[in-house]
Design a protein. Sequence first.
Length: 292
Amino acid sequence: MRSSRATTRFWHSPAVRQTRQLASPRLWFRYWTAGRRALPSLVIAGAQKAGTTSLFGYLCDHPQCAPSLTKEVHYFDRNFTRGESWYRMHFPLAGDAAHENAGATITFESSPYYMFDPRVPQRMRQSLPDAKVIFLLRNPVSRAYSHYQHSRRRGREALTFEAAIAAEGARLAGEHEKLLQEPNYQSQLHQRFSYLARGIYVDQLRRWQAHYPAEQMLVLQAERMFRSPEEVFAEVLEFLGLDPCRPSRFGNRYAGGYQETMKQETRQRLVEHFSPHNERLFELLGTRYDWK
């Protein structure tokens, strides 16, 4: 098991991933034609473990939408130093009649760390001033546990959930400030172990509001999309100015699944932890979510 995890980490490390990309003729072509490729007009910015994969999949089925080469480009957080040409290579050629999405009016990507990385809103506003941004917000208690199980499955987390959330303050100490002070800094601690911090949505949304007007942002409750995907997707299409369309299928597009359940006493503790932050969020949004 350890050998398998080590191999996976090595294969997907930034240096090895970049080497694989450079060895691909297809990606070389995309890079050299980057100037002819459209930047995205829509970004699904988060939150992580809140249904972004499903919404991305629904939009992929729409004839007026052209997705990025990979769902999570992570340009404005992890790859910003690679420059705009690198970013553009992830999108279709503008006006390419041979492309399967030749009639597309929307190009889009989804990188769920964008919402949480404090540097992203300003960076994105400078590069994509007219883009629309969608946020999916899931009950922060459930989101935290799903995030933890995701980390465990990928071999990134050795602690129990209770120990991990107890250690979060020490793990993240100074990381937010360092990200702001050092533009090229990358923090695996901030990305991987922010189980609770990512669920304080109100502070993240206020950061985005400082850079994007309200009419360019759409905030959705993830649970409502899980319950009524057709209704929520119709709202998304109206927000984007797209024709009505039904995807090939609704439902969870995420391949993973977690069977464990959180201890009841831990859940109650987290409900109390998030309660004041959720109240601030509901006041900001002017609506309440049925989070328990």
